[in-house]
Write a protein that binds this ligand. Structure first.
Ligand code: 5GP
Ligand code: ZN
Length: 115
């Protein structure tokens, strides 16, 4: 199996600016942003996708959502609004098979989220 690029980043094997880090999650800016603000919130633990979690991960997944809330405030987009996207599986466009979600926001008022 190819080495997982997000595990490589988490292990500090390639230099990457970490925006936020705790024992369960790491947040980095997406290398190819699809919005003025586009970050990736990934699990420290290697889990392939949302389809690979179980009931035992309920607390962890709850914490993931609360972390989104916290990160949106830190990014200054909590008030203006943002989207949260999780791609699951090749057909959805998932490219990195390590559980992560996208937080997208920061659009100018007149442009809105369509840009
Ligand atoms: P997916 O389609 O798997 O949900 O999204 C993977 C995302 O990871 C893409 O938006 C892509 O731009 C981003 N990405 C892939 N490799 C790297 C990398 O090495 N560094 C950063 N910061 N982002 C990456
Ligand atoms: Zn991984």
């Amino acid at each position: 199996m190819d080495p997982c690029i997000f595990c490589i980043i988490i292990n500090g094997e390639i230099a990457s600016k970490i925006f936020y880090q705790d024992e369960d999650f790491i947040v980095i800016h997406d290398i190819s942003p699809k919005a003025p603000v586009h970050v990736l919130l990934m699990s420290v633990k290697h889990i392939e996708s949302l389809q690979n979690v179980t009931e035992e991960d309920s607390e962890f997944l709850g914490k993931m959502m609360i972390t989104v809330n916290k990160i949106a405030r830190k990014l200054g987009i909590a008030e203006s609004g943002y989207k949260v996207v999780i791609n699951n599986g090749k057909g959805s466009g998932q490219m990195v098979f390590h559980l992560h979600l996208h937080i997208l926001g920061g659009w100018k008022k007149e442009a809105g989220w369509k840009v």
